[in-house]
Design a protein around this ligand. Structure first.
Ligand code: 4NP
Length: 156
């Protein structure tokens, strides 16, 4: 099983959106039995909560299901997952700090590095400015790039 983990700050806006969009692509590609997808947050502020209603509304509009609950990332996740995708530079820095024994070596990526040229580096936090459709656009193009990358690396 290839294991993919999306990380943001609260695990209610961006990383659940990325998880849902990427899972949908994996399922459409017939790879659901080979690729496991999850998300988590750096903070525990929203642990146990559903995704933000604005994330759920955008996913619903695009007919993408999601029923995950927020959880905080654990050190064991850094061992267990094969690809860890950070939504922004702050998440990257925080993950590196959490990674005390080098488990993330070769596994930590900035998610938008998988988007085509011309896209920004970071998925902006939509919690206050409400730009959820823009986040959807970003995570969709990066999800396509990530799946292409994984398929090439694993000859799927
Ligand atoms: P996320 O967005 O990291 O994309 O889930 C946020 C969610 C909640 C908060 C900040 C960002 N918050 O401050 O509670």
């Amino acid at each position: 099983m290839i294991k993919v983990l999306f990380i943001c700050l609260g695990n209610i806006c961006r990383s659940p959106m990325a998880e849902a969009v990427f899972q949908n692509l994996v399922s459409e590609a017939g790879l659901a039995s080979q690729v496991e997808v999850d998300s988590a947050g750096m903070a525990d502020w929203h642990s146990g909560e559903t995704a933000d209603r604005r994330t759920l509304a955008v996913l619903d509009k695009h007919a993408i299901p999601y029923d995950g609950r927020s959880r905080q990332v654990r050190p064991a996740d850094l061992q267990r997952f094969d690809y860890v995708l950070a939504m922004d530079s702050q998440n990257m820095a925080d993950l590196r700090r959490l990674d005390r024994n080098g488990a993330l070596a070769g596994k930590l990526f900035r998610f938008l590095d998988f988007a085509p040229a011309g896209y920004p580096q970071d998925v902006p936090d939509p919690y206050y400015d409400g730009r959820f459709e823009y986040v959807y656009e970003l995570v969709t193009v990066a999800s396509r790039g990530l799946l292409d990358h994984i398929r090439r690396e694993h000859r799927l």
